[in-house]
Write a protein that binds this ligand. Structure first.
Ligand SMILES: Nc1nc2c(c(=O)[nH]1)N[C@H]1C(S)=C(S)[C@@H](COP(=O)(O)OP(=O)(O)OC[C@H]3O[C@@H](n4cnc5c(N)ncnc54)[C@H](O)[C@@H]3O)O[C@H]1N2
Ligand code: MOO
Length: 397
């Protein structure tokens, strides 16, 4: 069986980075900039006052100087004249600094008396002035690719760009398979269970910026599977995800269905727990991921394989799950022949980040996963560990 790292690399090879589209700035958060974006103006576009006070010539900003206030410059309403020696212009934060003035004395440092002020504290040249283009000039470019953060959106707005070219969202079809499954709110017979893991995957995909679509549950027949795979393909899915039916039982029909559909298999089965029956492949530009049905297995594989594929499709380069080090709160026995991604809770202490694995690690137990905030990695054949030893964890919330 191949390792998790090998499987991740193969999964990423199956994915194409999407085409670009133009979206309104307000919708661009988390999207990948697809082409360089150039500023349309300088910022600030004029020398601007950083404080409320008086714009004067620096030579007049000396203690005891009495100056005539000859006008007012407010944000959005500049003063058009030229400030001469012995003169001051009342100015407010964000307002254009008038010609002739090269310093702003803050109002706390003057005494105002009618149309005159007396300077109480001297000020130096250029103080309290933000020069034109201090933040950026019109030759400034935001380079692509770049995952757009919320400050990036403000920056792009200041560049006077209302729309942004970004990589399009990958369409991800989610297909639950199995005669035993029913959607939540249904009326299950005694032998049925509720399709659950698909809702976690849907939420994870939405958070990652993809466009997920929950397709109808496919019962355990070849015809039903073929039909829903076609439905996913007709919808235009970039990634088709099946859930369940991935293992070796008589009713595990996904691998032959993918073969019939013309999918070229990349791998089936990996040295991982939970998630051993994982499979992946591609047909043309469409990637396929066959997740195991056990709820925890499907969701853990979602974090380790599906989200990296989505990030790659969205043009991101840093796609693998974030890995950090934490110290064990309790000893652990020797690891097994599959890499174990244990459900665990980490805490940020003043000195250390610590991690505690749950006792129950069965891949059917959603209560355990719902209380976990990370996966604790035990590599293949990991040596026994003591409390305090460092381990790798992947935060999942
Ligand atoms: N003889 C062997 N048996 C099994 C092996 C093996 O290597 N040899 N592998 C085991 C492992 S590991 C896993 S994981 C499971 C996964 O098998 P499948 O992908 O075929 O999943 P199913 O059999 O369809 O379902 C497993 C389990 O999960 C429930 N399920 C399925 N889909 C959903 C869903 N959408 N929401 C909630 N629960 C779901 C299903 O009812 C089963 O209880 O195979 C082991 N067997
Ligand atoms: O690998 Mo399975 O996913 O252990 O339950």
């Amino acid at each position: 069986m191949i390792t998790v790292e090998q499987a991740q690399a193969l999964c990423l090879e199956l994915v194409q980075t999407g085409p670009s589209e133009t979206v309104p700035l307000a919708d661009a958060q988390g999207r990948t900039l697809a082409a360089p974006l150039q500023a349309k103006r300088d910022q600030p576009p004029f020398s601007a006052s950083a404080m409320d006070g008086y714009a004067v010539q620096q030579g007049d900003a000396v203690q005891g100087a009495t100056l005539n206030v000859i006008g007012e410059s407010a944000a959005g309403h500049g003063w058009q004249g030229v400030v001469q020696a012995g003169q001051a212009v009342r100015i407010f934060t964000g307002a254009p600094v008038p010609e002739g003035a090269d310093c702003v004395v803050i109002q706390e440092n003057v005494t105002a008396n009618g149309d005159q002020i007396t300077v109480d504290e001297p000020a130096s040249s250029n103080i309290n002035i933000r020069p034109q283009g201090a933040d950026f000039t019109r030759d400034f470019k935001l380079c692509a690719p770049r995952v757009l953060s919320s400050p990036d959106l403000a920056l792009i707005a200041a560049m006077n760009q209302p729309d942004v070219p970004v990589i399009s969202k990958p369409k991800v079809a989610l297909i639950s398979t199995g005669d035993e499954l029913l959607m939540p709110g249904g009326d299950p017979s005694p032998n049925q269970i509720i399709a659950s893991n698909v809702f976690a995957l849907h939420a994870m995909l939405q958070d990652a910026g993809a466009e997920p679509n929950i397709l109808p549950i496919a019962p355990d027949t070849a015809d039903a599977l073929d039909a829903v795979l076609k439905q996913a393909s007709d919808w235009g899915a970039d990634i088709i995800v099946t859930i369940g039916g991935a293992s070796v039982g008589d009713h595990d029909l996904v691998a032959p269905a993918l073969d019939r559909f013309g999918v070229t298999r990349s791998f089936h089965k990996i040295a991982m727990r939970p998630g051993k029956p994982l499979m992946a492949g591609a047909k043309g530009t469409t990637a396929f991921l066959g997740l195991p049905g056990n709820p925890v297995s499907a969701i853990v594989c979602g974090h380790l394989f599906l989200l990296p594929m989505v990030r790659r499709a969205m043009g991101q380069t840093d796609v693998l799950p974030r890995a950090v080090t934490a110290r064990l709160t309790a000893p652990m026995p020797k690891g097994g022949p599959r890499a174990h991604y244990m459900r665990a809770v980490f805490e940020e202490g003043a000195e250390n980040r610590t991690v505690t694995a749950f006792d129950k690690q069965d891949s059917s137990m959603l209560t355990v996963l719902a209380n976990a905030n990370c996966l604790l990695l035990r590599p293949i054949d990991d040596a026994a560990k003591n409390a305090g030893d460092p381990v790798t964890i992947h935060p999942i919330v």
